[in-house]
Design a protein around this ligand. Sequence first.
Ligand SMILES: C[S@@+](CC[C@H](N)C(=O)[O-])C[C@H]1O[C@@H](n2cnc3c(N)ncnc32)[C@H](O)[C@@H]1O
Length: 232
Amino acid sequence: MEVQSDRVMALTEWEERWNQGRTGFHQSHVHRMLKNNIDKILCGRQQIRFFFPLCGKAVDMKWLADMGHIVVGVEYSEKGIKLFFEEQGLQYQEEPVPTIPGAKVFKSSDGKISIYQCDLYKFSSAIEGQFDGIWDRGSLVAINPCDRPKYATLIKSLMKKDCRYLLDTLEYNPELHQGPPFFVPEEAVKSLYGEACDIELLQAEDGFEERHKAWGIDSLLEKVYLLTLKAN
Ligand SMILES: C[S@@+](CC[C@H](N)C(=O)[O-])C[C@H]1O[C@@H](n2cnc3c(N)ncnc32)[C@H](O)[C@@H]1O
């Protein structure tokens, strides 16, 4: 991780990627780790409220909304947000967010999906309260490594007492690829969340795909953890 610790990606660079269609991170199907572990998040609960940090145009949001859940996402790229609603065939309205200067919220007409267009660090529990579930895919691994403590503090503040937080991470040789996505080893997860949360490794799988060859790496391990707040 040392080798990647100074790498900083500006929000404008993410916008550029969206404008140039360089969104290889996007999956057109529901993420298998979410599908495999959905019961561990729901625990029999229905119509729960999910938070998607750095949501992009993840189809997982529609999948959960179709199951009756409420989804709130945060994404900086307006283009990404509009593509989400258009590609999913969802009508939406756009409104300013008075408490976050410059931000907008895009809401599906049925009210089940709201995506805030702003820098994640401007979002807080004052905007949408706390959540029952969090799906963190392409998020902790995408933020600048120097922002991880700030990110973890925000995410913990968005967790209801019984929130179940599913976290997807990637492990590979960081000497070979500068990121994003960044290398997030188990020790980093523990150091960011271990004091406040119980952490259970649910699944670890070979995540190497053809497209990863272009990163110069030859192996990639994808791990998914379930985080719950410790009782105190
Ligand atoms: C790797 S992509 C993952 C998107 C989505 N989670 C997925 O799995 O397809 C990271 C996304 O975060 C957005 N992003 C990066 N930094 C952000 C920030 N500070 N605030 C809001 N969005 C951000 C980028 O525009 C990009 O769409």
